[in-house]
Design a binder for this molecule. Structure first.
Ligand code: FAD
Length: 502
């Protein structure tokens, strides 16, 4: 079969052992591991940069000074050991998030309370309910094998009930539910708690080791990479050199021959791969057609988020179960808010910059001041600036994008002021990360299944299709939806491919 992409002229055709599609942390790690093991690779990346959802960015203040920000993923937690080791191997260093002083809690009635430690300053009854829900979730985590959540004995039941309704089954304290819910709904999956299942929520917690780890912001938001998380992919790109092809979206992937037995002459249906491909994962001939280069290889790594699988035309089409499953995976939605101030004024007031408020538009805020210097081009100089980061998830994000820019900014800054005081109303620079507007991502932070989808189709997500291997943080076990998960996935598929290419 031919198509526009297969027949377009003026592109070189190259041959490699493996073609990697997507230069996010997962694709880069796969290519880096394969090349170190002596295999030839080509990485085809749609964007004009590597790093995917990790992105070292800048924002300008009124005087023209540029301040460093991380538009995408940035934090590393202590359990994310594969990423921690890689950061060291690549010669990068990390620094800790500022967390000295009191945290702030804004209660449902709008009252503001300061506190220290993990325990939110709520009533004793609500505190007991929160502890009960956390214990329940921790128990469910111990029952789950994070590499196969669908195999949990009650997987189907847990996947048939929304996380919100599951919490409601176990508590009637709305403040407790809101404050437990934020760690997974707005805080991680960035979808409303009624749109994903309890099983999906338990997977999120299990992938971080326990639900308690998600609640502990000192754990989950522990460290950042000096110079930004995108540096991890940039360093691997240095090693890969000319093997990375930027601005090269893959439009078509030829991966198998059709199965003549499935042709239906009576209804004029051409042969397809409905019977599946025997020996999935075995090397075969694949051809990836991108805008700048055509790569012929023995195997392909599809390292793009699952919501974008359908952007590629597969020849022949993928087997029916994959085509069905992929329709039930979607991106969450979150705005990452960056506000830069003359100084980290909250520190002078004895505040850490950390704030929580379950049910509010801005449910979490943190001190995100950079390591040492904050200016993009002034790496050695000390400077006084401070940065806050906060997040606006799902329906709240939609509400914000519907507003005129000026009103949107005022509404968001008023939320920051509710936590840290009126000084928050006057940033010198302000930026909203909007990965939903990025054609090659289309949301944030990551993808998850519809209600019922994980137990039904999860078992397919890591299984190769013919000679196509899948790698992405969104189908990871440990480190699910995080850079660590992407790195683990890249390394895992590289290992499997190396075994098959022997
Ligand atoms: C705002 C935000 C904040 C986050 N915060 C954190 C955090 O603090 N800590 C953390 O660990 N994680 C965080 N994450 C998640 C983390 O960034 C992702 O889990 C990680 O980047 C996923 O890596 P990946 O390689 O699997 O996918 P991606 O990073 O999405 O990379 C996929 C790549 O594939 C490319 N691509 C897509 N389609 C094609 C095609 N057809 N042809 C060629 N290339 C294609 C894309 O351009 C992209 O470069 C955050 C994410 C966002 C968006």
């Amino acid at each position: 079969m031919t198509s526009l992409y297969a027949t377009a002229e003026n592109r070189p055709t190259i041959e490699r052992d493996v073609v990697v599609i997507g230069a996010g942390p997962a694709g880069m790690m796969a290519a880096y591991t394969l090349k170190k093991a002596g295999k030839s690779v080509a990485v085809l990346e749609a964007r004009p940069r590597v790093g995917g959802r990790t992105w070292n960015g800048k924002v300008q203040d009124a005087s023209g000074k540029e301040h460093f920000i991380e538009i995408g993923g940035q934090w590393i937690s202590p359990d994310q050991t594969r990423l921690i080791d890689l950061v060291e191997e690549l010669g990068l260093t990390t620094f800790s998030r500022y967390r000295e002083g009191q945290n702030v809690y804004v209660a449902p009635d709008g009252t503001r309370h300061t506190y220290s430690g993990d325990q939110l300053p709520v009533s004793d009854t609500t505190a007991t309910e929160i502890d009960k829900l956390i214990d329940l979730l921790n128990t469910k985590v111990t029952e789950m094998d994070v590499t196969q959540p669908w195999a949990m004995p009650d997987a189907a039941q847990l996947d048939a009930i929304s996380f919100r309704d599951w919490l409601k089954q176990h508590s009637d304290d709305q403040e407790a539910i809101d404050n437990v819910s934020i760690y997974i709904a707005s805080g991680m999956l960035t979808k409303p708690a009624h749109t994903f299942s309890a099983l999906q929520a338990i997977l999120m917690a299990a992938s971080a080791g326990s639900f308690s780890n998600l609640v502990d912001e000192d754990f989950i938001l522990d460290k950042r990479v000096v110079g930004g998380m995108q540096s991890v992919s940039l360093k691997m790109a240095e090693y890969l050199g000319d093997d990375v092809y930027l601005s090269s979206p893959v439009r078509q992937l030829d991966w198998a021959t059709t199965d003549p037995e499935t042709a239906d002459a009576l209804n004029n249906v051409a042969a397809d791969v409905r019977n599946g491909v025997v020996d999935d994962g075995a090397p075969a001939e694949v051809t990836a057609y991108s805008d700048t280069v055509i790569v012929q290889a023995k195997t392909a790594v599809l390292a793009v988020p699952p919501n974008l699988y359908h952007r590629i035309q597969y020849v022949p089409p993928l087997p029916r179960e994959q085509m069905v499953a992929h329709q039930h995976i979607s991106m969450g939605l979150v705005i990452k808010v960056h506000a830069v101030y003359e100084t980290p004024f909250w520190r002078d007031k004895g505040l850490s910059g950390t704030g929580f408020g379950g049910g509010r538009m801005v449910q979490e805020v943190y001190d995100n001041t950079n390591y040492g210097p904050n200016l993009v081009d002034d790496h050695d100089a000390e400077n006084p600036h401070g940065t806050l980061v906060s997040f606006i998830s799902d329906v709240h994000a939609e509400t914000m994008w519907a507003l005129p820019a000026k009103e949107r900014k005022q509404r968001i800054l008023a939320e920051l002021a509710a936590y840290l005081g009126d000084e928050a109303l006057e940033p010198i620079a302000f930026f909203l990360s909007d990965m939903a507007a990025e054609e090659w991502t289309r949301g944030a932070y990551a993808t998850s299944y519809d209600l019922g989808g994980l137990s039904r189709w999860g078992h397919l997500q890591n299984r190769p299709t013919g000679s196509i291997y899948y790698a992405c943080s969104d189908i990871a076990a440990e480190g699910y939806q995080h850079v660590d998960g992407a790195i683990r996935q890249g390394e895992l598929v590289a290992g499997r491919i190396l075994e098959r290419l022997q």
